[in-house]
Design a protein around this ligand. Structure first.
Ligand code: ZN
Length: 176
């Protein structure tokens, strides 16, 4: 298993739409395990392949405290949704930024497991939110896309400032 590099906003790789996985083969299993390890490494509860710059429809999720209840979703899709709920979200591709977005409360979804078997299931609560967030990634969408333009502008400015600071710090490190 390996820890993969996670793309950070505004990397354009995050905007690519992932394609369906046609056969669940060895490479798919390796990717799934590497993604899981990457997610654990950065203390995330969900990770979409798009975030590691692989554009195949694969998601890993683990909502457990002990990081031992991994869920693998191949080609996940939402079939229907019901209700709305406010959700406080963060994202491994947007470190240290959190905000509230409106999500569907309950979803019916379909996916394939690591054996390629098609499974239909229902989710509410955190799992429902997480699946919606990760499927958005596969479609090139980020949770900040739901925020007001003013909030997004503010966020971009903050990130640009951070980047400048980091560059300066690196520069200073070279002098020393
Ligand atoms: Zn995310």
């Amino acid at each position: 298993m390996a820890v993969l590099e996670v793309l950070h906003y505004p990397d354009l790789g995050l905007r690519k739409k992932a394609v369906p996985i046609e056969t669940v083969d060895e490479s798919c299993l390796i990717l799934a395990k590497d993604m899981l390890q990457t997610m654990y490494e950065y203390n995330g509860i969900g990770l979409a392949s798009t975030q590691v710059n692989v554009h195949k429809r694969l998601v890993v999720i683990d909502l457990s405290e002990d990081k031992n209840e991994a869920i693998y979703l191949i080609n996940p899709e939402i079939l229907s949704s019901e209700g709305t709920k406010e959700s406080q979200e963060g994202c491994l591709s947007l470190p240290e930024y959190y905000d509230t977005v409106i999500r569907a409360e309950r979803i019916t979804y379909r996916f394939q497991d690591l054996e390629g078997k098609v499974i239909k299931s229902e989710a509410d609560g955190l799992l429902s939110v997480c699946i919606q967030h990760e499927i958005d990634h596969l479609d090139g969408k980020l949770f900040i896309d739901y925020l007001s333009p003013m909030k997004r502008r503010r966020l971009r400015k903050k990130l640009e400032k951070q980047e400048k600071q980091e560059k300066q710090e690196k520069h200073q490190a070279k002098i020393l």
